[in-house]
Design a protein around this ligand. Structure first.
Ligand SMILES: *Cc1c(COP(=O)(O)O)cnc(C)c1O
Length: 388
């Protein structure tokens, strides 16, 4: 059976070069980077070289990078760390209804702890209204957290504008850039972002490693207390092999970015055009231009998304509905509902997220096998019979 992977927003395969860079640090280079003797010096250098690679991808300084265990930890550290550091100044946080659970559930936790959270609406394209953001800011607002790119739709937030508003109002701005990093340029010298989260396994690095950018001067209460690691910002002996692999993945992402954007955009266009031509009653979700190059979120009317995914899986095609973190719960996507899609359309949505190794042939195979599957599923729907 063909094995075709269209779920790169859930995770990506580890690149060969990344794997090879990691191997020495799983075996002969086992020293503790905090040790000053010979065993630790090599691993310290490897960690600091990786920090430079991450900083280069984001155009910030290495001192502003804190290694974490995941994107989830980075989001928690940024949001809780800032909230606790600034709680004497205010208790109000602004976010959106379409954030990843790592942000939404962290904000919900803080509500139990006395913080007020505003969840901004999005329009049918998945974009927030900047005037609504401005009017939500009060003298007690300490943090704005809005994602760079949405994991379900790929929609890109107006990060430059949000940063400018936050700066003007003196509010700290965090963005979850886990989906954007490595896929599109991020220039921290040009954007007023104070805190930014990324993750290794979404950009062809290993799982279990991420980074939080904290702009010089932004104070955070640590999430993990311990030794003097990460300049007292995160305790725990470093995941050296993971960090090295992550650094390598950042180098490759930066080097290949322009070529990948062209490749992915062409494949996505082929996919969306092919499906639109062959299958009636579909809708592409999210702003058509302000989107990551690799993500296509498509609603199929009169179809149950989960069964469509099972049928695709039987043909060797891996795709997903919503995020990996919420699938399996049969709730419709909170992102699509926030974009005012009906429950039915939200349930009938599939996310195809493309990556480096995907080919036009794979897209063509999808477009060939999908129409009969969708037609068969629809033929069992009484609503479809009525609409036809
Ligand atoms: C995957 C993802 C996360 C979580 O990152 P992990 O490293 O898997 O914890 C956070 N935010 C977004 C937008 C994601 O896509």
């Amino acid at each position: 059976m063909n094995k075709i992977y269209f779920d790169h927003n859930a995770t990506t395969p580890v690149l060969d070069e990344v794997f090879e860079a990691m191997v020495p640090f799983l075996k002969e280079q086992w020293g503790n980077p905090s040790s000053i003797h010979w065993a630790g010096r090599g691993t310290r250098k490897a960690v600091e070289d990786a920090r430079e690679s991450v900083a280069r991808l984001l155009n910030c300084t290495p001192l502003e990078i804190i290694f974490t265990s995941s994107g989830t930890e980075g989001d928690n550290h940024a949001i809780k760390g800032l909230a606790y550091a600034k709680k004497d100044k205010g208790n109000h946080i602004i976010t959106t209804k379409v954030e990843h659970p790592a942000v939404l559930n962290t904000c919900k936790h803080l509500q139990k702890d006395g913080f007020d959270v505003t969840y901004l609406d999005v329009d049918t394209d998945g974009l927030i209204d900047l005037n609504a953001l401005k009017s939500a800011i009060t003298p007690r607002t300490i943090l704005i957290t809005v994602m760079f790119a949405n994991n379900e739709t790929g929609v890109l937030s107006p990060i430059k504008e949000i940063g400018d508003i936050a700066k003007e109002k003196g509010v700290t701005f965090h963005t979850d850039a886990v989906q954007a990093a490595g896929k599109i340029p991020i220039d921290l010298q040009k954007l007023n972002i104070d805190l930014l989260t990324i993750s290794g396994h979404k950009l062809y690095g290993p799982k279990g490693v991420g980074a939080l950018f904290a702009r010089r001067g932004v104070r955070l209460v640590p999430l993990i207390h311990g030794g003097h690691h990460e300049r007292n910002r995160r305790g725990g002996t470093e995941n050296v092999a993971g960090i090295v692999g992550f650094g390598k993945a950042c180098d490759i992402a930066l080097k290949d970015m322009d070529r990948e954007i062209t490749h992915l955009k062409a494949l996505r266009e082929r996919l969306e055009k092919g499906i639109a031509e062959k299958i009636p009653h579909i809708k592409v979700n999210g702003h058509l231009e302000k989107r990551l190059p690799n993500t296509a979120n498509i609603s199929f009317e009169f179809v149950e998304g989960e069964s469509l995914l099972l049928n695709l899986d039987m043909k060797g095609i891996a795709a997903s509905s919503g995020s990996a973190c919420t699938s399996g719960s049969l709730e419709p996507s909170h992102v699509l509902l926030a974009m005012s899609l009906s429950h039915e359309l939200s349930h009938g949505s599939v996310r195809f997220s493309l990556g480096k190794s995907n080919t036009a042939g794979e897209i063509d195979y999808l477009i060939e096998i999908m129409p009969p599957i969708v037609e068969r599923m629809r033929s069992m729907s009484p609503l479809y019979a009525a609409a036809k």
